[in-house]
Design a protein around this ligand. Structure first.
Ligand code: ADP
Length: 503
């Protein structure tokens, strides 16, 4: 495999970036690269990345397998120290890396820097978590038996991540994987490899031994597929689309691997007539339009009691139309572009379909290509009223800045509508009525539930994940991550007999 001339570029002139395998930065053996462009301006080339394939993926798994025993055996405290140091290194570069994140992904600068800060917090959290108890002590039938459980790492794990949280999602998978003693092969989304690479860079700089964390960039077919099929990779943690998740369920189960999936959402915000409407509007705008609606926890259905539906819709559409859409690197911008031109194409098609299904377009719905937005993937914040809950817009994840208002008679109907989708990631209720809030919490089919706040808020130290088609029953983040990234071992230790016989 060819050695890269540069590891990573920081000088702004040489913007070729390499894989990180077995502790060294290496180009793809073919010498091939792929481009990463700024979604707000297609003339801006963020970088060129190694177009890797089965050979690099195999080499990364070789390196991770070789490093596994050593990494498992060093103390959890030593692993924690490295995560802690990586957190400090990332924090020192958070402004610069957050800016790069915005440049490659398109979320606003505040969100890009905020997400980088969140990755810092996650690294720190798992530095602490690595030092927490990892098993339980039990009484035994034999009073002299020491009976306890410990949690062993899985070994080599594969981490496959999407582009919409290009540093936070990798951090919340890689940090616990490493903290609990696994070695990692990391395949980031090809649309946002730079943020992924920066995370690897700080972890490497913090002192990870060679092979413990390996980064391989390249396409789903050339890198993702051989990674999920490699029998030496004991666990796969994946966040992405439902279609890919469905195929991984088969591929990974067939070879006996452990699989964690975080997939899509069609997240409802139920707004009752007694709610503070301005607060509900502001939260639904944040939930549906921040990150240009490209969050798996984004609010995509506002299910509103009929008594206030018109008033709510009017204010929602005014707030959506008032958002400043443009270059996310500018401070005044409130919403950036979609991830690329194909996404604009796809979401515009979904908007047309919603119109022909009878939903009433009350804001946006159009591409924006004026005032410096000519070369970007911009779509206006879009609001539909009178959405049929059974329609495509009422059922499917659009992954764009589009929210549909569904009027309902009362909370019972609201809950029925909220639950009648195949997803179950997050949900919100806006009300002042405590009894209704408690009913909602009990009856809503969602893994993350909010009362009087947007669907997209998720703090890093608590479990995160969905019900139904949004997940695979496992949870990420917080203490829950230990469940996925470790396996239980039950230990019986008996004292040897007091007197030696037959020898
Ligand atoms: P998104 O478009 O939101 O990134 P995808 O599900 O298409 O969602 O991709 C998520 C991640 O999974 C990306 O890193 C992608 O390259 C990878 N991926 C896609 N298909 C496969 C596959 N069949 N096997 C392994 N990885 C895949």
């Amino acid at each position: 495999m060819a050695q890269a001339t540069t590891a990573t570029s920081r000088d702004g002139t040489d913007n070729h970036f390499a894989n990180y395998i077995g502790g060294s930065w290496r180009a793809a053996s073919s010498g091939g690269t792929f481009e990463n462009r700024n979604p707000a301006n297609s003339d801006d080339l963020v970088g060129r990345f190694a177009a890797s394939g089965a050979e690099e993926t195999r080499a990364a798994v070789d390196a991770a397998a070789e490093a596994a025993a050593g990494w498992q055996r060093i103390s959890a405290i030593a692993r924690a120290n490295i995560l802690h140091k990586a957190a400090n290194l990332l924090e020192a570069r958070a402004q610069e890396i957050g800016r790069e994140l915005t440049r490659e992904e398109g979320k606003t600068l505040k969100e890009g820097i905020g997400e980088t800060g969140r990755a810092v917090q996650i690294l720190r959290y798992y530095a602490g978590e690595a030092q927490q108890p990892s098993g339980e002590h039990y009484p035994s039938m034999n009073p002299r038996t020491l009976l306890y459980t410990v949690r062993d790492p899985l070994g080599v794990v594969g981490i496959i991540t999407p582009w919409n949280f290009p540093i936070a999602i990798p951090a919340w998978k890689i940090a616990p994987a490493l903290a609990f003693g696994n070695t990692v092969v990391f395949k980031p989304a090809s649309l946002t490899p730079l943020s992924a690479l920066r995370l690897v860079e700080v972890l490497a700089e913090a002192g990870l031994p060679p092979g413990v964390l390996n980064l391989v960039t390249g396409s789903a077919a050339d890198v993702g597929d051989p990674l999920v099929r490699d029998e030496r990779v004991a666990g796969i943690s994946f966040t992405g689309s439902n279609a890919v998740g469905a195929s991984l369920r088969i591929t990974v189960a067939e070879r006996g691997g452990k699989l964690q999936l975080e997939l899509g959402g069609k997240n409802p915000a139920i707004v009752l007539a007694d709610a503070d409407l301005d607060h509900a509007v502001a939260q639904v705008i944040a939930g549906s339009m921040m990150s240009t609606g490209q969050k798996c926890t984004a609010t995509s259905r506002a299910i509103v009691e009929r008594a206030v539906a018109d008033r709510f819709t009017e204010r929602l559409s005014a707030a959506a139309s008032a958002l400043k859409v443009g270059d996310p690197l500018r401070d005044e911008t409130q919403m950036g572009p979609l991830i690329n031109a194909e996404a604009v194409e796809r979401v515009s098609g979904d908007v047309d379909r919603a119109k022909s299904d009878g939903a009433q377009l009350v804001a946006g719905g159009t591409r924006l290509a004026d005032n410096g937005r000519e070369k970007g993937a911009f779509l206006a914040p879009t609001v539909f009223a009178e959405v049929d809950p059974d329609s495509h817009l009422g059922q499917e994840e659009l992954f764009g800045p589009v929210v549909g208002v569904i009027p309902v008679d009362d909370i019972e109907q609201g809950l029925a509508v909220a639950n009648q989708v195949r997803f179950g990631l997050s949900a919100s209720l806006f009300t002042r009525d405590l009894a209704k809030a408690l009913d909602f919490v009990q009856q809503i089919q969602a893994g993350v539930v909010h009362v009087n706040s947007e669907t997209a808020g998720a703090e890093p130290h608590v479990p995160f994940g969905g019900m139904k088609g949004s997940s695979s029953y496992s949870r990420e983040q917080g203490k829950a991550a230990r469940e996925f990234f470790t396996q239980s071992k039950t230990v019986y230790i008996d004292p040897p007999p007091a007197s030696v016989s037959n020898n």
